[in-house]
Design a protein. Structure first.
Length: 287
């Protein structure tokens, strides 16, 4: 295995500097770059359970169409081949459908844990995975409080699979494919401020149809995916014990309490990975 000494030290310096400032890649935006986060509101009272969102998601992202059966009370989750999943939950209000996908946190734990900016919070709001920057550490999977990122263990060239809110469509002026395909208008796309206002309006106008809570408004520091429900959210499979402050906020004092050798180990491994990866690419080009 070849080794690129120059690239090794360059990468080590960059990675070490990243940790020295609290792994804040992409966290600070200038006034010119500031854009109001966009997201989606999911209203479970309007969901038909048709799973059109699952099918269009698979088609849009070149994934196999889910074939498993939707059964009441049987939980389904995202997988390495499925970015969103509809569940039919048995609740105190009867059967209620709920859509699972990436929550697109305002301050994502996955991006704070990522050493290479492979997991990245865009200025528009979606949290995306960038394969060309990923070193395969899977820290994003461990750090996510919603258990969203999935790793393609079966693949020789594995990817991290998760909903990216159809970021390419958003950049071209379109809305996420699932929102466009939903026949029951259960999904509404817009700015987070607009979605929270709409959710509060629905609760105020139809208090008998909803519990007085918007899941995602505050949990984990706020999320881009917001939920309305007629039943308590714990009955829909949500972890309602998650903190309201963002999870990256827990690491702010990290560098003051951990020995420097432990802090430098991740960037050291990253530097070795980058140096050997780039050198191997050069060797392949010469073959």
């Amino acid at each position: 295995m070849g080794f690129d000494r120059r690239n090794f030290f360059r990468t080590l310096c960059v990675a070490g500097a990243t940790l020295a400032v609290g792994n804040s890649f992409g966290a600070v935006k200038s006034d010119e770059e500031a854009v109001e986060f966009q997201g989606m509101l999911y209203d479970s009272t309007k969901c038909l359970g048709c799973r059109a969102c699952e099918r269009v998601c698979a088609k849009t992202h070149d994934l196999p169409e889910p074939k498993d059966e939707l059964k009441a009370g049987v939980p389904r989750n995202m997988t390495e081949t499925q970015r969103t999943a509809i569940n039919n939950c048995i609740t105190s209000k009867g059967e209620v459908f709920v859509k699972k996908q990436c929550m697109h946190c305002n301050e994502p734990a996955c991006t704070a844990a990522c050493l290479t900016q492979a997991m990245y919070k865009t200025k528009e709001g979606p949290v995306i995975w960038r394969g060309d920057k990923c070193m395969g550490c899977r820290y994003c999977m461990v750090s996510c409080p919603f258990d969203v990122p999935k790793f393609e263990f079966h693949s020789a060239n594995p990817k991290i699979q998760k909903c990216d809110l159809c970021y390419d469509r958003i950049k071209s002026g379109k809305i996420p494919a699932c929102a466009e395909a939903c026949p029951g208008d259960a999904l509404t796309f817009g700015t987070r401020r607009e979605l929270i206002a709409e959710a509060r309006k629905r609760i105020f106008e139809s208090p008998k149809d909803y519990i007085n809570q918007i899941f995602g408004e505050e949990v984990a520091g706020g999320t881009g995916l917001l939920y309305l429900s007629p039943a308590p959210f714990n009955e829909l499979g949500f972890n309602t014990k998650l903190q309201n402050s963002s999870y990256p906020a827990l690491t702010k004092g990290f560098l003051y309490s951990v020995p420097s050798v432990d802090v430098l180990l991740p960037p050291l491994l990253l530097a070795i990975y980058e140096a050997t990866k780039n050198n191997n690419s050069k060797e392949e080009d010469h073959e």
